[in-house]
Design a protein around this ligand. Structure first.
Ligand code: G4P
Length: 195
């Protein structure tokens, strides 16, 4: 997606060789027009997959999941990171370890919204080590639902999340793949392929 790559180049702030801040359009302020195109991009890739539910993790996955749900005409569910007063024991739960934040969260989804009848598309804003995506895969497996694949807005291609998902036979579709953030410079995977 050309528009997304331009936005990353223009507004992304490289914080280190492994982390990029994209608060101006994805992680804090949200660009609705870009989000609409992101939703259409995922819908195009998964149009034929018979998706009945989108599954993401709060908070930054919600905007792209909602727009993809709108394009595919299906609901979007977000797994919660904290137990709410109204989320009780009627839950699927999984543990997710964040390397970036060095914390483990228990994520949960109500059994009311995901069943063995569903075909699920997992979506997230970033793919780094794949821990969040694997936690969501665990929840889909607990529900006995079918998994159509994982859609990612920005993949850090220099970390091993994709490999972990492919090793489990899961289809991965990323709209932008970063090949490097070294020396404060954003490089995309295709850029390297074409030089
Ligand atoms: P993993 O799930 O692929 O293993 O990733 P990791 O543990 O490293 O990421 C934990 C959190 O940090 C996730 O957000 C993820 O989206 C985010 N993240 C990872 N790498 C980057 C990066 O280079 N830039 C930015 N901006 N975020 C990154 P989260 O804790 O779920 O936060 P949120 O969804 O509430 O915003």
């Amino acid at each position: 997606m050309h528009l997304l790559e331009e936005k990353i180049k223009k507004e992304g702030r490289v914080l280190s060789d492994t982390v990029i801040k994209v608060d101006s359009f994805l992680n804090h302020q949200i660009d609705p027009q870009l989000m609409k195109e992101i939703g259409e991009g995922f819908a195009e890739r998964f149009q034929q997959a018979g998706i009945t539910k989108i599954l993401t993790l709060e908070s930054s996955g919600i905007a792209p999941a909602q727009m993809t749900g709108l394009s595919l005409g299906v609901p979007a569910i977000f797994a919660r990171k904290r137990k709410s007063l109204t989320l009780n024991d009627h839950l699927y739960s999984a543990e997710v370890y964040s390397f970036t934040k060095q914390q483990t969260h228990e994520i949960s989804v109500s059994k009311d919204y995901l069943t063995a009848e569903d075909t699920v598309l997992i979506l997230d804003d970033f793919l780094a080590n794949g821990q969040a995506a694997l936690g969501l895969v665990d929840i889909v497996e607990q529900a006995g639902a079918a998994l159509a694949g994982v859609g990612i807005v920005i993949e850090k291609g220099f970390q091993d999340g994709r490999k972990r998902l492919l090793d489990k036979g899961i289809r991965v579709e990323s709209l932008a793949i970063l090949s490097s953030l070294e020396n404060g410079e954003v490089r995309f995977a295709e850029e390297e392929a074409s030089v």
